[in-house]
Ligand binder design. Sequence first.
Ligand code: NAP
Length: 479
Amino acid sequence: MSKKVTLIEGDGIGPEVVGSTRRVIDAIGVGIEWETCLAGAKVFKSGDSSGVPQDTIDSLKRNKVALKGPLETPVGYGEKSANVTLRKLFETYANTRPVREIPGVETPFSGRNIDFVVVRENVEDLYAGIEYMQTPSVAECLKLITHKGCEKITRFAFELARAEGRKTVHCATKANIMKLTEGLLKKVFESVAPDYPDIESKHIIIDNCAHQMVIRPEEFDVIVTTNMNGDIISDLGSGLVGGLGIAPGANIGNEVGIFEAVHGSAPDIAGKNLVNPTAVLFSGVMMLRHMGEFEAAHTIEQSLLYTLGVERIYTGDLVAGGASVGTKEFTDAVIHNLGKETDFWPVRNYKDIRLPQVKDNGIQPKSSRVVGADIYIQSDISADQLGQQMESLFANAPIKLKYISSRGVIVYPQVKGMSPDTVDHWRCRFIMRDEQVSMKDQDLCWLLDKVQQEYTWMHIEKLNEYDGAQAFTKAQGES
Ligand code: NAP
């Protein structure tokens, strides 16, 4: 039976690497019917600022699977990354990037048996791209992390570990600094882990994780992490095993899977028959497994390993100055080697990944109240002057100024002996004078009205308390 797959060739080197993968998959005769669609630079240039036309969206909705080349992110035209748009539109929340040593691809780490998967949350975090210039000289990027998003990605990581017969899942976060956002992933990971008693679970701070990936990479099995951390450490991972030319990836959602290499459109080497198609070929292998075509996936994987590890046929990126072949010749060799097996690659008993069905956040505190508000204002007076003005503005009012911070550090009242560098952007924290009393919305409106009569304000944030615990962080220097 024929299976339709949406094919997005992409920009730069995309048509070469995707074309190569298509040739190999067609040669194996798995009966895929390709539906070629556009996204990326050509679409931006045609005046569609989303970078993803409706035809492409409809095709993916129908077919549920796409093989995709890299898309150039426009600088100077177009609005958003078409990659991120595709990932978000189809809620492909799990970006999986296997990092596995390939015998024959020599690196400083060869022989260490590196074999792990980075599972990167793919739709939230700073990459949601919610940004503002709060003032002409102060930029803001919102890092929104949801309980639901954390539960989906952590359960996916454990399910992937089970499906691939892996033993350990590390959760890598920066929860020591970003206690609420990165901390939420850690908290949810720890609450989900008992549902997977067969898998060992460990938390690791992301910077230490990067260090350990270089020092003891063979000790990792599955690493689950937030979007930006995952982006960075998966590139680090590909560097350990031979570079971007061989690093595959998949964007998996409960409905749709989009398979693509980690690398980008590498315009410097596009159209020269120089590029390594291995990364997209391995992405194609992942796609076939996702489609239940385990045998075809195995055959292509083995052929690639045979070509690289036994025949030692390489594209230029894998041999500095040595003998190499072009993209087309490498692809010919892989097709020629279909059916050949290696004996150096322990074959995993891959099973379908059970995709987690997470319904809602399920978090309902027994009590909640607002205890104050942070108002961000722009002013070019000093912290001391501003603090004194605010205190007199709210003298005898039911709301009082608790402190002012600049770039996260308390500047009023000043920490003794310290004078942090400041800019004309201040966070003023207000609380109720009687701290037992909650701040109502009308109090907040009154507060904002009073502030706006004197100052330029840009942003306001409520200070919530859930079940008696503060749901906001302190400033540096706050006791
Ligand atoms: P890149 O395209 O990944 O290229 C970086 C370098 O890696 C290339 O210059 C090339 O190095 C090498 N390289 C990458 N893929 C290779 C392959 N298959 N075979 C051989 N060498 C390969 O990164 P970039 O230059 O930062 O990004 C270029 C564009 O791609 C940007 O517009 C970016 O936004 C976009 N991008 C898209 C995706 C995606 O669609 N998923 C991902 C990342 C970046 P040499 O110069 O040494 O040959």
